[in-house]
Design a protein. Sequence first.
Length: 592
Amino acid sequence: MKPLNNLKKSNFFKRVINLFKNRSMSTQLIITIILIFVSFFLLQFFLNSQFFKSYYTQEEFNEIHQELITYVESMNSNDADLYDEMYDFTSSTNAYSIVVGRDFRLSTSVYSEYTIVMKDTLTDTNHTFLVPDNFHDYSIDEIVSVDAYRYTANLYSPVLITIGSEYRYDNGISCNPSDCITVSGPVLEVNKPVNLNSQFENNSLIRQELNKLSSNTIYLSDIEYDSGYWYKSSSPNQDILVFIHDLGTFNFIITIIPIENTNNIISIVNSYNNYVYLTAIAIILIWSFRLTSIITKPIQNIEGVAREIADLNFNVEAHEYNNRENKSLSNSINLIAKNLKETLDTLSSKNDEMVALYDEQVKQVSLKKQLVSSISHELKTPLMIMQVTIQGILDGIVDIEDQEKELNNVIEEINKSSIMIADMLQIYRLEDVNTALELSDFNLAEVVNFFVYDFESILKKHNLSLELNLNTQIHVEADMKLIKRVISNFFTNAIRYTPDGEKIYIEVSELDDSIYFELTNHGTIIPEDDLESIWIPFFRGQTAANQKLKTKGSGIGLYLVSEILKAHEAEYGIVNIENGVKAFFKLNKKAE
């Protein structure tokens, strides 16, 4: 028995030794790969600590410098409006920019705020209003209408500014008559600061750097470069780039650009890399054993199957199951063949979808071409009317007493053309993938009530009854200005096409997962043949509109409505009901 036991023990130790030998190459491979990753990690850590700071600063410099040089050139041009140039640059770059004298003292300005002074034609009193943005210019004697709240004792802050039918500014806040004023009249004064210094004079970064420059802590001769002067400074929480350029002969432009503190970035990157490399090492440990096993498989036993698969014959299978390695490789080859076949089938299906998408895009391109062509055609008539009228006045054909009437007609044609062009620009903005919706949270019922109040006199004049079913607790997250355009279009169309004495019904309610808006006008229907075509630009239906409204639509109103609602991913439509037409849309609820 002892010799037999000894033989068993001897065979056992041989198997252990063979197992160790078989795994030694795998272990060496694992250790080698781990050492490579550890070396790479240490190298990256060293590079981050030694070179990243200067590299990051140089990248920030390169990113801003060309735009900064363009800004400096604009500031130095003869017709430059320093306030506008500084406003545009600081708004687009998140930078601080000031104008100083050669002694690094801030240049002063008569006005610290951009304001206009208007005369109220009703009360014959003057009011001063803050200009809320820098995108529009105002001129003396221009007739402006403003809704505003009191900002200080002698200053008002606008919530809505309109010139004629054009909205110059709208912050989306309803103006409560008890808290705000409405003024309409000519502009008497336009007071704009010479520069933007008043906005930044108390900024801690600017004060810090002005103290350094004025106290000769930093000498210009030490920081000069080919376009001016620059240096890097720091504050407790961030680094900053400081640029100094000549403004004429007697002034400097100082531009301060905050950048992220590189120490914080390096710390974050290193912490992140710790997890990345630990994860990579764990994955290497897991897959190294698998790779070692795959290398030992006898691939020649399934070479024929692989060639068939290479020839795109995916109906073959490998059946080499004489050992574990061959079985695993056979299953892998079979899985590859199956997945490739499914992938080709999927690609074929996706190809069909892309063809359909291409057809839809061709349709959209055709529609855009039709839109441009139609707008060009529509603009020819008002242009010809304006040309003929003005030429008639210049040639003395039109009597003096008729000239005012004819000029009013010209203004009316200009307004129509402006509305059409504005609608077209809005359509192209919605189609631009780089244009984001200006989403905000607002009460949809309040928006409806705004239009109810606006059209109240027209409704009474034509004896149109209005039935409201509004859930006043409903809030939506959408582009308020665009949704107003949708509701305004539905409302004006309802007034135009509803016979006198009939009823208009408006509902705002909450469904399971959406907010529902409906406007129904009774007493008329749309011919069934026209229902699909009403969304096409400049489509003229068979139903004639009652001329209740003085203004005429641009012809692309419903097309613009459809583009707005598509941009909001809303379900919408216009359908006939019994003795009436219902226009509706559904907006997704605000995410909790």
